[in-house]
Every structure is written in structure tokens, then in C-alpha cells.
Design a protein around this ligand. Structure first.
Ligand SMILES: [Fe+2]
Length: 411
């Protein structure tokens, strides 16, 4: 005959499994509308929830096999997703070097899996420590208080992790209106800016990101550099996004520092691919656009040519509105000294960590406490819009700095 306590405990792993799956599922659904987008969140969520469970029921030692199995399952599921997503997009005839780079990229999945498992072990050890502590508490009141304290602390930790994962993956859309002084009637001309993706996928086939852009209903899309990351270059992933962007609206691209740092073979592959995807590569070029009731000059500068005089050479000699696409925002003085009306820039990643009422902490090219990280900056007749961008490079996590799409209406 089973003891009542045992029957009660035996249900807990099942309940925990249901809770874990529900949170993972909800998280994935809210973020991307599918179940195969991110992989870090599962690996972080599971060990923390296991710890929470142990803190509530410290005698569950032998029953942790099910959460462990879930951890393995999540890791396996994500590995399958990686091969499924990228395997079908591999270019044919790639070199052994490229194959090796790609294998290292896949290796990251195993690394994250190992970190997740190690995290689980550490938290399990903490739970054991908690069990020992419980034994020392003799009065029922002390034991209850200890459980309450540990449960509160663990819940706060879990909520913090879930929040950080959410804010690193949930795209924020920022809307601005720019008064051209030339608008007479009709619908405002809408520009959507995408920047600093750094090979971040945002759902299988970038579905979540593409849906956000599509919902913004742009007249044109501008991609202001760092589509790929030179440290983990995935050209098929970047091209897949550009192709989908071009299907939504005419898309214009300028090079960021990460594309510029690619080996020539990869750089050419990427630029040719972007053009083949139907996007315009603006390598120190300009085009004339009709924006409804007025015309504008759209000028694209390569990253290395931002202040070397190239802009003066390609500036058009007419009275149209001048819109500049330039990856780095640090040269507002230079842009303002020319006849630029509106600049779209990125590069700063919002300062990576944003402190309320202070701003970003660090940005490439600007160092600590950067000046241009987020929003609108004005100098003379020039307005510069700086997007926080979508992805990360060297530092993989953002704090208080959600990935961003910028929408500007020209009126
Ligand atoms: Fe970047």
C-alpha cells in the first residue's frame, strides 16, 4: 500500500513538467508565433524551475530525472532546429574552410547545452544545501519561514531571467514623424529602418521580425549595416531575411563594419546575394525617390567612407530632400556640415546596457557613456535617427535595451 505522502510527491514532477512546458510554449508563442526560435531561454528556464521545485519540496531527489530529461529534450530539439533551419539554406559547393566555420557555429549549441546543464547542477547543489539547512531548523515555524524565503528568492531569480530573455527577444517598434516642409497631401511616406541584426534570427526564417516589418506597412525599408556578424557569419540567414524584406517593400542596404571585415570571398557572396534577393546595395551611391508629394535623394555610404570626402563627391546638386544611410552615428558633425536633412544610423546597439535617466553604457566607436545611442538627434538643419538595432556582437546580452525597429513617417 502506498503512503499518502509518496503519492502526493509523485505528482510533483508531472506538475513541474506541465508548468515548464507551458512557460516555454507561452514564451515561444508570444515572441515568435512558432516553437523553434530561441534556444537559450529553454536551457535557462528549465534549471531555474527545477531549483524552484526543489526549494518547495526538498525531498524530491530521485524524481529530478524528469526535469533532467526535459533539459536533454530541449537541447535536442534546438539542435534539430539549427540543422533544419540552416541545413536547407547551405550554399552549394562551399569550401572546407566555410564548412569548418559553420561547424564551429553549430558547436555553439552544444556549448549552450553544456552551460545549461552546468547551471542545473549548481542549482541542484544549492537545493541540497537548502535541504541540509532545513534539517537544522527544528521548529515548524522556522522551517516554514525558511521555505518562504527561499521560494521568494528563487522566484525573483526566475522572473529576472525570464524578463532578461524576453527583453532580448521582443522587438520594440519606435515611431517618429519627420516634417519635410514639402509635404502637401496624401499618405505620409513611411520608411522602416532595420539595423545591426548580427545574424540574429527572430524565429524560424526570421518570421517574427518579418511579420513586425510587414505590419508596419513601409513604403521603403532601409537596412543600415551589420546584417551579419563577422565572428559567426551566416550568410544564408542574412540573405533569407533580405529576400523576405524585398518582398514587402523596396529595400536599400548599406554596409556596416561587420560586413566590411569579412574575407573578400564572403563579402562578395553577401553583396551579390543581397542584389540577387532584389535589394539595392548602396555602395557610395544615390538614388532619386518619389515620396508622394515631393522627391528625395537617398544616399548610401559604405562604412569606411563615412568621412573621407566620398559624401561630397556623391551629393546631388538639386533641391530634393537629402536622406543619408550611414552605419555609424558618431559623425553627426560631419553629416550636419553637408546638406543632409535626415540621417539613418545604427552601430551603437543602444549602448548595450541602458541605465534609466542616464542612457547607454558602451558603444563601439564612442566608448563608455556614448552620446548617440537611441532616438533623434538634431544639429543645425540635420536630423539623425539612431536605432538601437536588433542583435548583439561581442557582448551577447542587452539590459533595459530591447531590440528595435524604427518607423519614420515623412510628412
Ligand atoms: Fe553592429
Amino acid at each position: 500500500m502506498k503512503e499518502p505522502q509518496k503519492i502526493k510527491e509523485s505528482r510533483l514532477p508531472v506538475i513541474s513538467a506541465a508548468v515548464i512546458l507551458a512557460i516555454i510554449g507561452l514564451n515561444e508563442l508570444l515572441l515568435s508565433g512558432d516553437f523553434s526560435s530561441t534556444y537559450v531561454d529553454e536551457l535557462l528556464t528549465v534549471p531555474f524551475l527545477c531549483c524552484l521545485l526543489r526549494s518547495v519540496r526538498p525531498r524530491l531527489k530521485g524524481r529530478l530525472i524528469l526535469p533532467s530529461f526535459l533539459l536533454l529534450l530541449c537541447g535536442f530539439e534546438q539542435m534539430v532546429c539549427f540543422f533544419w533551419d540552416y541545413g536547407s539554406l547551405l550554399p552549394r559547393g562551399e569550401s572546407a574552410y566555410r564548412m569548418l566555420r559553420r561547424s564551429l557555429h553549430y558547436g555553439k549549441v552544444f556549448l549552450i547545452f553544456a552551460v545549461g546543464a552546468a547551471g542545473y547542477c549548481v542549482l541542484n547543489a544549492l537545493a541540497n544545501w537548502f535541504g541540509q539547512l532545513m534539517k537544522k531548523k527544528t521548529s515548524p515555524r522556522d522551517r516554514i519561514m525558511l521555505r518562504v524565503k527561499v521560494a521568494c528568492l528563487t522566484t525573483a531569480l526566475v522572473m529576472s531571467v525570464v524578463y532578461v530573455v524576453w527583453e532580448n527577444n521582443a522587438i520594440e517598434v519606435s515611431y517618429y514623424t519627420y516634417e519635410t516642409g514639402r509635404y502637401t497631401s496624401g499618405t505620409p511616406f513611411r520608411i522602416v529602418q532595420v539595423t545591426d541584426l548580427h545574424n540574429k534570427a527572430f524565429g524560424a526564417d526570421s518570421r517574427y521580425l518579418v511579420n513586425v516589418i510587414r505590419r508596419a506597412n513601409p513604403d521603403i525599408i532601409v537596412m543600415t549595416g551589420d546584417l551579419v556578424d563577422r565572428n559567426r557569419t551566416d550568410i544564408p540567414l542574412g540573405l533569407n531575411f533580405m529576400q523576405q524584406a524585398a518582398e514587402i517593400a523596396p529595400t536599400y542596404y548599406v554596409c556596416g563594419n561587420h560586413e566590411q571585415g569579412l574575407p573578400k570571398e564572403e563579402y562578395d557572396l553577401l553583396m551579390n546575394g543581397i542584389e540577387a534577393a532584389g535589394c539595392a546595395v548602396m555602395q557610395n551611391e544615390r538614388v532619386s525617390l518619389n515620396c508622394g508629394s515631393f522627391d528625395c535623394n537617398l544616399i548610401g555610404l559604405r562604412f569606411a567612407r563615412l568621412t573621407d570626402g566620398t559624401l561630397d563627391e556623391i551629393m546631388p546638386q538639386n533641391d530634393n530632400l537629402n536622406i543619408l544611410l550611414a552605419h555609424a552615428p558618431d559623425y553627426l558633425d560631419y553629416y550636419a556640415a553637408r546638406d543632409i536633412d535626415l540621417v539613418f544610423a545604427g552601430h551603437a546597439h543602444g549602448g548595450q546596457f541602458r541605465i534609466p535617466f542616464v542612457g547607454g553604457v558602451y558603444a563601439p566607436g564612442q566608448g563608455f557613456w556614448p552620446k548617440y545611442t537611441d532616438g533623434v538627434y538634431r544639429q543645425g538643419n540635420t536630423t539623425m535617427v539612431v536605432s538601437r538595432g536588433l542583435g548583439n556582437s561581442v557582448i551577447p546580452v542587452r539590459l533595459n535595451n530591447r531590440p528595435e525597429i524604427v518607423v519614420v513617417d515623412l510628412v
